[in-house]
Design a protein around this ligand. Sequence first.
Ligand code: HEC
Ligand code: HEC
Ligand code: HEC
Ligand code: HEC
Length: 418
Amino acid sequence: MKIGLWPVAAAAMVGLIVAAQPVDETRVVVSGATRGYLAPCGCTKPMSGGLRRRMASVRQLSLGGEVLVLDTGEFVTGTGPQDVLKAQTVAAAMRTAPIDLISYTQSESRLGAATATQLQELVGGKLRSSTSLESAFSLPRPVTKGNVLSVSVETGAGQARSWREVLREVDEQAADEHRGVVVLFGGDRELAAEAAESFTSPVVVVYRSKEDALTEPIRVGKNWLVTPGDLGKTVLGFSFVNGGWEKYRVNRLGPDVHDDPQTSRLYRQYLKRVGDAGLFEKLSRTAAQGFVGSDKCQPCHAEIYKHWKKTSHASAMPTLKRDGHDRDPDCVSCHSVGTHAADGYFSEKRTPTLGAVGCESCHGPGRDHVADWKQKTISQSAQTCTQCHSRQTSPNFDFLTYWNKVKHPVGKTGGKPK
Ligand code: HEC
Ligand code: HEC
Ligand code: HEC
Ligand code: HEC
C-alpha cells in the first residue's frame, strides 16, 4: 500500500517539472484564395467552402492564446462590376474577424486604385504586401504575434522590391529574435521551395495553388510548404512550438461548419446589390436561338413532360430563389434554360416557362421542331449534363447513376411505344 504511493508522488513531481517549463506556442491560422467563390453551389454533401463558413471557422480557431491569423488575399479573379461587389463583401467580412495580415495581390490591385483604396479602408488597413512600395499597401515591417513573424510577398512583375531581398531581411530579423516566419507567398510550389531553402530560421511558406490543400505539409528540411488550395475551401491551422513547426491541420469547410451570422448579413446585402445593379439582366447575349419553354412540348410529349415535372430539374429556379440567388449571374445559367441567348431565361415575369432545367437544356432550342415535328434539330448527349454537372457543382456526378434518377420515358410521347 505504501509502495503504491510512490508512483503517484513521482508523477506529481514530474508534473511540477513539466509545468515549470513554459510551453512556447504560437498558433497560426491561414486561409484565403477566395477567387470570387463566395458561396458554394447548393448545400448537398460534399459541397464545401464559402465565405460564411470560412469566417465562422477563422473566428473560432482564433480564440484562446496567441494566434496569428493570416489570409492569402486574391478576393476575386475578374475586374467586372460583380467582382467589385464581391471584393467589397470579402473585405467587409474580413473586418469582422481578427485577421492580422491579408496579402495585397495582383487580384486586388487589378481592380484599380480607387477600388483597392476602398478595400483597404473596408479591411481596416490589413491589406498589405512587403514588395509593394505604395504606402497605403506596403508592409515595411513584418507582423509579429507571439514568436512568429509574418510577411507577404508577390513574385510577379511590377513589384517595387524583390521578394528575395524581403525574405533575406526577415530571415535575419527572425534569427536575431529567435522567431519563426510565415511567408504569404505569391508564387507556386516550386518557387516556394526555393524560398524555403533560402531560410536559416524556421519558416512556413504558404504558396498559391489551384489544387486542394494537402493533408500533410511538404517538408523542406525543418521548414514547411503549405497551401490553402483553391476557392477558400479550407482553413489551415498549425503551431510554432519551442522553435519548431507542429500540429498541422486542414479544416475543410463542409456542410457541418455553420454560417457566420455577421458574414451572412453582409452576404445578403451583397446579393441585394447584385440584384439592384441588374447585373444578370445586363449580361451580353447571343442572338435568339429558338427557345420556347418546356410547356410547348407538353401537348405532344405528355408522359415525358409529366415525368420531367417531378424531377428536381423542373424546380431548379425555385431552388435558387429560396436563398435569394435567382438574379445572381453566378448561378442562374445552370438553373434555367438558355441564358446565353436573347430568347433564353430572363426573369420569372418575362420568361416564366424557362425558369427550370427544361427539355431544351438537354435537347437544345425547340422552336423549329415545335413548328414542324419532322424537323429533327433536337439532340442530346452525355456532355449536355457536364456543362452544368461540373466537378465544382456536382462532385459525385456519374452519368449512368444520375441519368437513372432523372431518366424520362422515351418514344414519341413517352407513353405507348411509337
Ligand atoms: C455550372 C452550373 C451551376 C452553377 C453555376 C450553379 N449551380 Fe447550383 N447546381 C448545379 C447542379 C448540377 C446541381 C445538382 C448537383 C447534384 O445534385 O449533384 C445544383 C444544385 C444546387 C442546389 C441544390 C442542392 C440541394 O442539396 O438540393 C442549390 C441550392 C444550388 N445549386 C444553388 C446554387 C447557387 C446559390 C449558385 C450560385 C452561387 C449555383 N447553384 C450555381 C449546377 C450549377
Ligand atoms: C406537335 C407535336 C410536337 C411538339 C410540340 C414537340 N414534339 Fe418532339 N416530337 C414529336 C414527334 C411526332 C416526334 C417523333 C418523331 C419521329 O419519331 O420521327 C418527336 C420527337 C422528339 C424527339 C426525338 C428526336 C427527334 O428529333 O426525333 C425529341 C428529343 C423531342 N421530340 C423533343 C421535343 C421537345 C424538347 C419539344 C418542346 C420544345 C418537343 N419535342 C415538342 C412531336 C412534337
Ligand atoms: C442546364 C443545366 C443542367 C443540365 C444540362 C443537366 N442538369 Fe441535372 N441538375 C441541374 C441542376 C441545377 C440541378 C439541381 C436542381 C435543384 O435541386 O433545384 C440538377 C439536378 C440533377 C439531379 C438530381 C440530383 C439529386 O440527387 O437530387 C440529377 C439526377 C441530374 N440533375 C441528372 C442530370 C443528367 C443525367 C443530365 C444530362 C442528361 C443533367 N442532369 C443535365 C442542372 C442541369
Ligand atoms: C436532363 C436532360 C434531359 C431533359 C431535361 C429532358 N430530356 Fe429528353 N432525353 C434525354 C436523353 C439523354 C435522351 C436519350 C435517352 C435514351 O436514348 O435512352 C432523351 C430522349 C428523349 C426523347 C426520345 C427520343 C427517342 O429517340 O425516342 C424525347 C421525345 C424527349 N427526350 C423529349 C423530352 C421532353 C419533351 C422533355 C421535357 C419535358 C425532355 N425530353 C427533357 C435528356 C433529357
